[in-house]
Design a binder for this molecule. Structure first.
Ligand code: SIN
Length: 308
């Protein structure tokens, strides 16, 4: 039986002057009220950024006035756009990436399935992701998040010491194979990736993402200095300097430790929500559980530093 020291959970909201934050779960997440992103003020921006660091994932309801251009403008308050590893954007807004699954798509995998942090196989993975909903199935299509800073704090001192200097190899390899095995070819980010299964040679761009990058397993958040596990169950394929047999038990343990329910929260989407998460402090996962219904989302990603 596994017990969690209760004193290590703290998802209380701070008292703000220009926004209100309501915690979603004990581990992480908060709803932000009192804000229309289309007319965001600088004071609200400052408090939203503080709430994001504190809660790791924040969400706002009723943002129906947000156009693609305003989604971009809000995103740019967090930094410049990141390289998006999967899509090329909607016409006229190349940094707004459509994540649309049609009702008749029979694919056995959906974009974002499997616990992950966004694109850790890049040299400078995106720090922040901003996802906006337009159409949501009547049930299903939730997103779950897990707090990787809390998961780090919940490790014993001995385990923390053991992993302090380890570096993880992240690669697109296994996710690409899962896409090839289970996704229909369609005009969608994951459908277009599936279509590359017929290529006789791999493009340099794909080869670069399969080669991937090596990053510290424990990273320090540049703003809060909070330490968090930087590992996931999708892109982490090895540990630098270790054989597969040596690294597998560590990655398996940490992958399971990270995403246990005690460290997570589950977001039930509504149309016109905007969700912001910090990939340096949490992992997330989408679900392919709404077959027969359409889900339409738009995503931007904000560039991050080299993890350290
Ligand atoms: C993602 O992984 O960015 C997509 C999450 C979702 O569609 O719920």
């Amino acid at each position: 039986m596994q017990l969690h020291p209760t004193g290590k959970f703290d998802n209380h909201a701070s008292k703000y002057s220009y926004i209100t934050a309501h915690p979603l779960a004990a581990a992480m997440g908060a709803e932000i009220e009192g804000v229309q992103l289309a007319t965001l003020t600088d004071e609200q921006e400052r408090e939203i950024k503080d709430a994001l660091c504190r809660h790791k994932m924040i969400y706002l309801r009723n943002q129906q006035d947000l156009s693609h251009a305003q989604h971009e403008k809000f995103s740019l308050r967090f930094g410049s756009f990141a390289e998006d590893a999967y899509t090329s954007g909607v016409p006229g807004h190349r940094n707004v990436h459509p994540l649309i699954k049609e009702a008749d798509d029979q694919s056995k995998m959906v974009f974002g399935e499997g616990w992950h942090t966004d694109s850790p196989f890049l040299a400078e993975p995106p720090a922040i992701t901003i996802l906006r909903s337009v159409e949501i199935p009547p049930f299903g299509g939730d997103t779950t998040f897990a707090n990787s800073a809390l998961a780090y704090r919940m490790l014993s001192d001995s385990y923390q010491k053991m992993i302090a200097q380890l570096r993880v190899h992240f690669s697109l390899r296994d996710v690409l194979q899962a896409v090839y095995d289970s996704v229909e070819e369609r005009d969608s980010p994951i459908g277009r990736l599936a279509a590359t299964r017929h290529a006789t040679t791999i493009s340099e761009d794909l080869a670069r993402k399969i080669r991937g990058n090596v990053h510290p397993l424990v990273r320090t958040h540049p703003v809060t200095q909070e330490k968090a596990l930087y590992v996931d169950c999708s892109y982490a394929v090895g540990i630098e300097g270790m054989t597969r047999q040596e690294s597998a038990p560590i990655l398996d343990f940490l992958g399971a430790h990270l995403v246990q329910p005690a460290f997570s929260c589950r977001l039930r989407w509504e149309p016109h929500m905007v969700v912001v998460w910090d990939n340096r402090l949490c992992v997330h996962q989408a679900y392919n559980d709404y077959q027969g219904y359409r889900r339409e989302m738009y995503r931007t990603t904000i560039s991050g530093e080299k993890p350290s």
